[in-house]
Design a protein around this ligand. Structure first.
Ligand SMILES: [Zn+2]
Length: 419
């Protein structure tokens, strides 16, 4: 065991985009010792240890392991409202395990799960080596007001309470709910400060929770060094969340200038989940089993989303890539590079889109000290893709090599061993 930890690997590739924002490096060499990156540099400048095992990735572009800052891993496979109750829990878990494998194979070595009661156990299973998967940073049960976005209103009340959500009303009750989430082992707290698309009886415009309620939650979370992420689609919900002290705004489909100013002033991260605009457009052609109320609200967002995103981007709000994928067609795990691709498609500079899915998503998650860039001292989370994503972002979907913490999970290149 001890000996294995000492293994030294020398990775060679065609190009390195290291996730710091620096210019890409040609003919890079990365020396990995055990689970960490020991050295990074030009082939001509690095002295490769004699006992290093060579992994020659040829022309591949290497990047930091990708990070998705907004996922739900809970084994859904459809949009049908009934799926929640007609799918046995065990089946959801088995599918969720498959989703973890898909994420890792797609180059995602870290994800922030913002609401799934399964994710906390998936995280443990991955950390103990039972199943392969990304490093999971999980919110567990999300907190919603009664009748709010995660009080799944299309289901009978008894079903919702079994579903793994926390309902809270009033500041004291919100404080209790936050403490319960922390007791569950949540790495962050997820709250809902506006209505949403997938909730039947509300609307993105409708604010949820009051500033006082949000403050009670953020205070509890921050006391134990947890961050708070808020689902906030409409402008009112965004303002309540920021004034209540949250650390990131999720979705923000209908931002106004005040929202943008508040996010800047409070140094809040924005996770626009912009790839959903493409999903909403496709759903107009093929809606799968989406109920009519969902389709109607999706359509209402299509125009606003790119505008809101661009307003925040131009103003300099910190943006992290998150897909909000949860398993069904069009939002399947494994396609999570869609967010970086969509950010670039709607006007983000390619390098910024890559940073959104690496450095920024890691910073937003709170794990930039261990991953998110290819730099000495960090975990050896390294992805190799075919082509140069700076020239064509879809290269991020041509993943040919995945290393997480020094362990290789995908390697479709010829490798030469030297010892
Ligand atoms: Zn979500």
């Amino acid at each position: 065991m001890e000996k294995k930890m000492e293994e030294i690997v020398c990775i060679k590739a065609g190009l390195l985009i290291d996730g710091t924002g620096r210019e890409p490096l040609k003919d890079p060499v990365v020396i990995v010792k055990g689970n960490k990156i020991a050295e990074v540099g030009k082939e001509s400048e690095i002295k490769v240890p004699e006992n290093a095992k060579l992994v020659d990735l040829g022309n591949l572009t290497i990047l930091p392991g990708l990070v998705d800052a907004h996922v739900h891993i809970y084994g859904r496979r459809s949009y049908g409202p009934a799926e929640e109750i007609i799918t046995p829990h065990d089946l959801k878990v088995i599918r969720a395990v498959e989703d973890c494998q898909k994420l890792l194979k797609a180059g995602f070595t870290t994800v922030r799960d913002v609401g799934s009661s399964i994710a906390l156990s998936l995280k443990r299973a991955i950390n103990e080596g039972t199943i392969p998967g990304p490093r999971i940073f999980a919110a567990g049960r999300p907190i919603s007001q009664t009748g709010g976005h995660s009080d799944i209103h299309y289901l009978p009340r008894e079903e919702v309470l079994r579903m793994g959500v926390l309902l809270a009303d009033g500041p004291d009750d919100c404080r209790r709910a936050a403490r319960e989430a922390i007791r569950d082992g949540a790495d962050l707290i997820k709250i809902m400060t506006s209505g949403g698309i997938g909730s039947e009886k509300d609307h993105p415009r409708y604010p949820q929770f009051t500033v006082e309620e949000v403050k009670a939650i953020t205070e509890e979370a921050h006391r134990v060094e947890r961050r708070v992420a808020s689902h906030a689609e409409g402008a009112e919900g965004v303002k309540i969340a920021v004034l209540g002290g949250v650390d990131s705004i999720e979705h923000g489909f209908f931002l106004d200038e005040e929202c943008v100013r508040l996010m800047l002033d409070h140094n809040v991260y924005f996770v626009p989940t912009l790839c959903l605009v493409e999903v909403y457009k496709k759903a107009m052609e093929r809606p799968y089993d989406m109920p009519p109320w969902r389709l109607k609200k999706q359509e209402e967002c299509i125009e606003a989303m790119p505008k809101s995103f661009m307003m925040a981007y131009k103003a300099g709000v910190k943006i992290a890539a998150g897909t909000d994928y949860f398993g069904p067609p069009m939002r399947a795990h494994g396609d999570n590079a869609d967010e970086a691709i969509t950010l670039a498609k709607y006007g983000m500079k390619p390098m910024d889109a890559i940073l959104a899915a690496t450095r920024n998503a890691a910073e937003c998650t709170g794990v930039l000290n261990v991953t998110g860039t290819v730099e000495a001292g960090k975990f050896a989370d390294i992805v190799g893709v075919e082509g140069n994503p700076l020239e064509n972002m879809t290269a991020l979907k041509k993943v040919r090599f995945v290393m997480k913490e020094g362990k290789v999970y995908v390697n479709q290149q010829q490798t030469t061993e030297k010892s």
